[in-house]
Design a protein around this ligand. Sequence first.
Ligand code: KG4
Ligand code: ZN
Length: 344
Amino acid sequence: MSKPIVHILALESSCDDTSAAVLRATVDDEVPQVLSLSVQSQNLVHQKYGGVVPELASRAHLANLIPCIRKALEEAKCDLSDIDFLSATQQPGLLGCLLIGHTAAKTLSLLKGIPFVSCHHIHSHLLSVFIEHRPAFPFLAAVVSGGHTSLYLMRDFEDFEEVGVAIDDAMGEAFDKGAKLLGLGFPGGPELDALALRGDSRRYSFGKVRTPGLRFSFSGLKSEFVRIVNREGTNLHREDLAASYQSALCDHLFEKIELGLRDFGVDRLALVGGVARNSEIRRRLETARLKGLINQWHAPSPQYCTDNAAMVGVLGFRKWKRSEFSDFSSDVYATSRPPRKKAS
Ligand code: KG4
Ligand code: ZN
């Protein structure tokens, strides 16, 4: 007899990407299959400010969310009556932005009488690797995004631990700020990546970042970047600076990754989050594999690296399997908060 199938509608609105996805799974699956993913970027809204403006981001989510949901349902050839449960990002992120997606999930839940689960944005990124790959546990996962840089030891889908974290700027933030100083577009990471392809990374030297253990710090490299720009003035070679800076950021990331792999005795690695799209990072991962430092590495394809609702559907499914539903009193949080204990 065939196993019952569930359909999930997932929503993501933690920062500046509005996204909806439909996923399908049989109840025994470990990970659901993505049927559709719709993402509406807000780059045009924020680019003239050179960064995300929270109030404008919330308003754009309001305008974009329903068209995104419609598109995701249409592409999946579903309608709301096919959906068995909803999954939405609850934390961390911009409060006004989180509220849009999370409240939409609550509203649909109320109207359709279907349950909803609330998801942690970083944990969704962590599980994004399972959309297309099946890394064997245990493995080390690096979350590199615009707001976060951390290392996690993944022992199982639900058994993971943050073992390293940035003490100041996230890696994506360092990319974005460097790009802004070079007058590149928003978000700057992909543009700096493209510019660096045409540069010589040996031209400008950056000091080695010295932080204890598995702590990341990218703000010193950013300050050195500013000093070089001021020192060089009109002699500045932009492509070479982009390449040198990107290389210094990657040196720091990979030093900590290698330390983490050694500390925990694992040889498999996953890289997730927007910055995992970076071409230098992907080149270095392959070099590390060829050198035998890593046995296997996995990174999602680009649309699952940057913020997307498909990853929220994957985490939502794992929570649904354990009946971790939210109720209508559930709130959103700007920072990471432990799940509330049920009253006994
Ligand atoms: O995961 P994400 O979409 O949002 C957060 O949760 O923060 O990551 C966005 C970040 C931005 O900082 C963006 O510049 C960076 O990912 N990014 C890149 C590249 N593509 C996106 N950074 C470096 N190279 C890229 N190719
Ligand atoms: Zn993110």
